[in-house]
Design a protein around this ligand. Structure first.
Ligand code: ACO
Ligand code: KIV
Length: 529
């Protein structure tokens, strides 16, 4: 199978991302990881830029021996000699010479005529050819260059010793069909081009870098250039992990192989992100945290039945741990049941219906629902196993500095359907709430303890309230969780009271899990709350 060469320029073009500069040790660490990833060429830097850059490249050449080490140079003797000096210790070296060929670059930036540019390109490549194992030539801004002039330049550099011809879309201007057409044109109109490897180097100004790279491969490119996480000048370069996985996943379109150990992609992405400080967006293809996460119920159901319904790649292929079914307001019952089973809970359809409804209410209030949230809902539901006499219809609590906490509560009495409403003041909002509940339901219970704990962290964390009430020497427990701690407090209290009432009515003890003997050491009662 034909092999596509993977040219990684994270340490050169990637490092041109604002704020992404790496020191010598960091560059070496990335180079080692790129070696483990299996790239064919590491473009390690631009030696003429600074003595530190030159030293970093020299160290990479000494220590990273499998891949070819390339360095970039402008078309002038100073840059090319620095490049030669930098890579002379490499196991296999490449000098990458570039000269701009578009009218706008030649006229305004280089201030040179096309003939002068052609001459510079030829002489530079000739000089470089004597200083490294191989020379790559890039016609900067090729996609805005005159194609016939481009072919003349390529013929000149091929005869001067270049063996890799790069056709960069420097400013991310091309569309996929145009870029492919340019490759076909160059192949058809440049004599000697068949001896060279054609290379694609795309920028992402219009978000087309990966698409353009793949189009170039279809049109004959046999080297792809890019960076990890797509970092690079301006909007960045083609993301190598995306290019490589497109080639691997769509073998029907791209019957090629690469030397990439794809299982190393995620780890490489994390390292580059950590060292450059450039965060990977969660929805980033291949290496983003959500790349294999499914939130919508229909998708989750499909995934559970057959993962290929919604996944074209396995997360393990790219080194991501596993697919995730994220619980949230778009989740369906299949996914909730599945997660519960993974957490060790077998639930009946009726139980699932209740837990699902509570989960949806929670998801409306909370950005993400965690396993701990789900467990809290299940535990709360499991303890609500007696008929409820008092049902909470409504509550309102007013409290603040310098005011008397006041609560209004409306309960429905299950046996008669009657609605009862009362208000009360208290030492604190919870106290006021509990007094209002007691009045509305004509309830007599001694509050033994009140405990509030956060189930998860963050501003939208669920608070879980556990309440113990005592009557006739027996202690009854109620527990409820909600993002609103007052709501959790009201529901937990009513749950304990409902159990107590049930125990009295039935003339028997409430279910074992639902009460404790009075002798159980209980936490101290809440004060004021
Ligand atoms: C498309 C790309 O990504 S190209 C690579 C970009 N990378 C870098 O620029 C690496 C970091 N750059 C640097 O450290 C510095 O810019 C250096 C050391 C390269 C040059 O610094 P300076 O000598 O101060 O020049 P400066 O950067 O201000 O200007 C660039 C000069 O190079 C010239 N130049 C640009 N490209 C080329 C080229 N391919 N061949 C020859 N000359 C070139 C410009 O015309 C300009 O020349 P002038 O001074 O005669 O007008
Ligand atoms: C030097 C070349 C390859 C480049 O980075 C570009 O044109 O974008």
């Amino acid at each position: 199978m034909v092999r596509i060469q993977v040219f990684d320029t994270t340490l050169r073009d990637g490092e041109q991302s604002p704020g992404a500069s790496l020191n010598e040790l960091e560059k070496l660490e990335v180079a080692r990881q790129l070696d483990a990833l299996g790239v064919d060429v590491i473009e390690a830097g631009f030696p003429a830029a600074s003595p530190g850059e030159l030293a970093a490249v020299q160290e990479i050449c000494r220590q990273v021996r499998r891949p070819t080490i390339a360095v970039l140079a402008r078309g002038n003797p100073r840059d090319i000699e620095a490049a030669g000096e930098a890579v002379k210790g490499a196991a296999r070296s490449r000098i990458h010479v570039f000269v701009a060929t578009s009218p706008i670059h030649m006229q305004y930036k280089l201030r040179k005529s096309p003939e002068e540019v052609l001459q510079i390109a030829r002489e530079s490549v000739r000089l470089a050819a004597g200083l490294a194992d191989e020379v790559e030539f890039s016609a900067e801004d090729a996609t805005r260059s005159d194609p016939d002039f481009l072919c003349r330049v390529f013929e000149a550099v091929l005869s001067a010793g270049a063996t890799i011809i790069n056709i960069p879309d420097t400013v991310g201007y091309a569309t996929p069909s145009e870029y492919a057409e340019l490759f076909r044109y160059v192949k058809a109109h440049t004599s000697g081009i068949e001896r060279a490897t054609l290379s694609a180097h795309c920028h992402d100004d219009l978000g087309l870098a990966v698409a353009n790279t793949l189009a170039a491969v279809e049109a004959g490119a046999r080297q792809v250039e890019g960076t990890i996480n797509g970092i690079g000048e301006r909007a960045g370069n083609a993301a190598l992990e995306e290019v490589v996985m497109a080639l691997k996943t769509r073998q029907d379109r791209f019957p090629f192989e690469t030397g990439i150990v794809t299982e190393q992609l995620y780890r490489t992405s994390r390292l580059v992100s950590q060292l450059t400080g450039i965060v990977v967006q969660p929805n980033k293809a291949i290496v983003g945290d959500n790349a294999f996460a499914h939130e919508a119920g229909i998708h989750q159901d499909g995934m559970l039945k057959e993962r290929r319904t919604y996944e074209i790649m396995r997360p393990e292929w790219v080194g991501q741990a596993q697919s995730r079914l994220v619980l949230g307001k778009h989740s369906g019952r299949h996914a909730v049941r599945h997660r519960l089973e993974e957490l060790g809970y077998q639930v009946s359809d009726a139980d699932l219906a209740v837990i699902y409804e509570r989960l949806m209410q929670l998801a409306d209030r909370k950005k993400s629902v965690t396993d701990r949230d789900l467990v809290a809902l299940v535990e709360e539901h499991r303890t609500v196993s007696v008929p409820e006499r008092y049902l909470l219809e409504y509550f309102h609590v007013a409290s603040g500095t310098g005011s008397v906490p006041t609560a209004t509560v409306r309960l429905r009495l299950a046996d008669t359907g009657e609605l009862v409403q009362e208000a009360a003041c208290g030492d604190g909002p919870v106290d006021a709430l509990y007094r209002a509940i007691e009045r509305a339901g004509a309830i007599r219970a001694e509050l033994v303890s009140y405990q509030l704990q956060a189930v998860t962290s963050g501003k939208d964390a669920m608070g879980e309230v556990t309440v113990r009430v005592r009557d006739d020497g027996q202690v009854f427990v109620g527990r409820a969780a909600s993002t609103d701690v007052l709501e959790a407090s009201a529901r937990a209290y009513l749950q304990a009271v409902n159990r107590m009432t049930y125990a009295h009515q039935a003339g028997a003890e409430a279910p074992a899990a639902a009460h404790f003997q009075a002798s159980e050491p209980a936490p101290a009662p809440a004060s004021g709350g």
